[in-house]
Every structure is written in structure tokens, then in C-alpha cells.
Unconditional design. Structure first.
Length: 305
């Protein structure tokens, strides 16, 4: 029976050098040991292995069948440890490993893809994995160790508590999306009060507070609810068809089709704040990605129509 406790890394390296060189003396000189120290460690290995590992010859030593079998495993273990060391060095240096990124849906229109494209160009050795979800769910996954960085917003759940560190990225302003033929489509900006009589396309279930409801309340009216559509692409389709208007976060601006007009809101426009959330001890690759996320420039083009 093999006593695995005796097979520490140093013992395996010594065993490998003796096997390769066929000499206790050569291994001792290479590793900086005395010949007697090598002999004692080999003897300890043989006791742990349950029998001789080397034949003692007139000049040097030769592996026994048992020694050859153990040497195959020793070489495999040492190779795996060397590769593990290289992989760990790459991870700690931000050059390798896997980076698990989470983000809420709107951030995946432009912010996250743009940053990941730049990151992949700079760090091709890092494997990227993406999870999409609501900010609260992403924070839970970050706490559980299932994500390395999460792009979240302070709406509707607010920011995580002190067990995760957050880095402010930007304010995500809201624009109003109008059909191209709308009576206000030619205006440079729109006051929400001018849309008090419009039908609004919403995404949230009834009764759940939304930025739309809050913004309209601040403007002095309650929005008239129309169709409720979960996906942004669907909301844009209904707006383009003239079935209502909606508010669009700046992060989603790139996805707006040509037959929908985006207009800035006059006065104090509602906005949510976007953050990167990190564990207390973040990976260097995660910190580098956060830096790239912070460099994002809006691609919003407000129609001059």
C-alpha cells in the first residue's frame, strides 16, 4: 500500500531527477543536496511505496518495475503542478483563466459588449462568460462566488450592502421614444407634461413602481397605461406602429430603430445610476474590465427631425 503522505512535491522532484539521471550523485549535485541526504530520502520513498524503486548498480541506479510505474505518475503530477502554477500566475496577472461577468439586460445593448470587445482584444488568453439577469439576482450570484464582476443599477432594488464593493460607472439618463410621425418629433426636447395624454408602453407588471411612474408623478400626472411589453425590441415595435410612447434608457439607445425618434427630456430628467460590483478581493482581470466599462462613451443619437 502506497503511503501518499510521504509523496510531497520535493520528494517527487528528487525521485524524478534520480530516475532521469540514473544516479544519486548527479541528483544531489543538481538539487543542492548531499549524496547521503538523497539516499535517505529515496529509502523513505521506498518504504512508503512498499518495496524497492531502484536497482543499485555498480555505476548508478536503474528503476525497478515498481519504480517505473511510480515514475510515470510522478511525472504526471509534477507536470500538472507546473501547469497549475502557470495558470495561477496568468490569473493573478490578468492574462488567463476565466472571467465571469454578469449584467442587466439593457447594459448588454452597448456598454458591456463594447467593453468586452476591447478586453478580449487586450487579453485574448482570458475566457469570458456572461450571465444576464436583474441587478438583485446578479448581486446574489456575486456574493455566492458565482460571478467575478457584475454590472448593476440602483433601480429598482438599490445598491448591495457592504459585502460587495461598487464602482460608479455612469448615470443612465432617460429619453422619450416617439413614432417618427409624432406631433412632437420635430421638437429639440420634450417636456413630460406635454405627453400627459399619451398612451404609454410599459414593461413592469401592474402595481410595481417604475421610473416612468416616478417621472410622470414628478411632472404632475399619472401615465395612462397601454400595452405592457417586456423586451425593448418589442416596445420599439409598438412605438413605431404609433400605439404609444415610452421612456428609453440611454444604454439602450443603439437598439432604437430608424422609425422611432429619441428625444431628450427638458428639465430634470430621471436617471438611474450604473455601477460595477466586485467581490472584496477582485481578480486583476475584473479590475481591468471595470476600467474599460468606465471608458464607455454614449452612442446616443437624438434625431434632428
Amino acid at each position: 500500500m502506497l503511503d501518499a503522505n510521504a509523496l510531497d512535491t520535493g520528494a517527487l522532484r528528487l525521485f524524478d531527477e534520480v530516475a532521469r539521471g540514473g544516479s544519486f550523485t548527479a541528483a544531489a549535485e543538481l538539487l543542492g543536496y548531499t549524496q547521503s541526504a538523497v539516499s535517505r530520502r529515496v529509502a523513505a520513498l521506498e518504504r512508503a511505496a512498499g518495496g524497492p524503486l531502484f536497482e543499485r548498480l555498480a555505476r548508478g541506479v536503474r528503476l525497478t518495475p515498481a519504480g517505473a510505474a511510480l515514475h510515470r505518475h510522478a511525472v504526471a503530477v509534477l507536470d500538472r503542478l507546473e501547469r497549475a502554477g502557470e495558470e495561477l500566475a496568468a490569473i493573478h496577472g490578468g492574462r488567463g483563466g476565466t472571467l465571469r461577468v454578469g449584467s442587466f439586460a439593457t447594459a448588454n445593448v452597448d456598454l458591456v459588449p463594447g467593453a468586452l470587445k476591447r478586453f478580449a482584444g487586450r487579453r485574448p488568453g482570458v475566457e469570458l462568460r456572461l450571465t444576464e439577469g436583474l441587478s438583485g439576482h446578479l448581486v446574489e450570484r456575486l456574493r455566492a462566488g458565482a460571478l467575478d464582476v457584475a454590472v448593476i443599477s440602483d433601480y429598482p432594488a438599490g445598491l448591495p450592502d457592504e459585502d460587495a464593493r461598487t464602482v460608479p460607472l455612469r448615470d443612465d439618463r432617460l429619453f422619450v421614444a416617439l413614432p417618427a410621425g409624432h406631433r412632437l418629433a420635430a421638437e429639440p426636447g420634450v417636456d413630460l407634461r406635454d405627453l400627459a395624454g399619451e398612451t404609454w408602453i410599459e414593461a413592469a407588471p401592474r402595481g410595481q413602481p417604475t421610473l416612468l411612474v416616478r417621472a410622470c408623478a414628478a411632472a404632475g400626472f399619472t401615465p395612462r397605461s397601454g400595452l405592457r411589453v417586456a423586451e425593448w425590441s418589442g416596445k420599439f415595435g409598438f412605438v413605431a406602429a404609433g400605439l404609444g410612447v415610452t421612456l428609453v434608457p440611454e444604454l439602450a439607445a443603439r437598439a432604437v430603430p430608424g422609425d422611432v425618434v429619441l428625444k431628450p427630456l427638458r428639465g430634470t430628467a430621471p436617471a438611474r445610476k450604473v455601477y460595477a460590483a466586485l467581490p472584496e478581493t477582485p481578480l486583476p482581470a475584473a479590475l481591468e474590465l471595470v476600467e474599460m466599462l468606465g471608458q464607455w462613451k454614449t452612442c446616443t443619437t437624438v434625431s434632428p427631425i
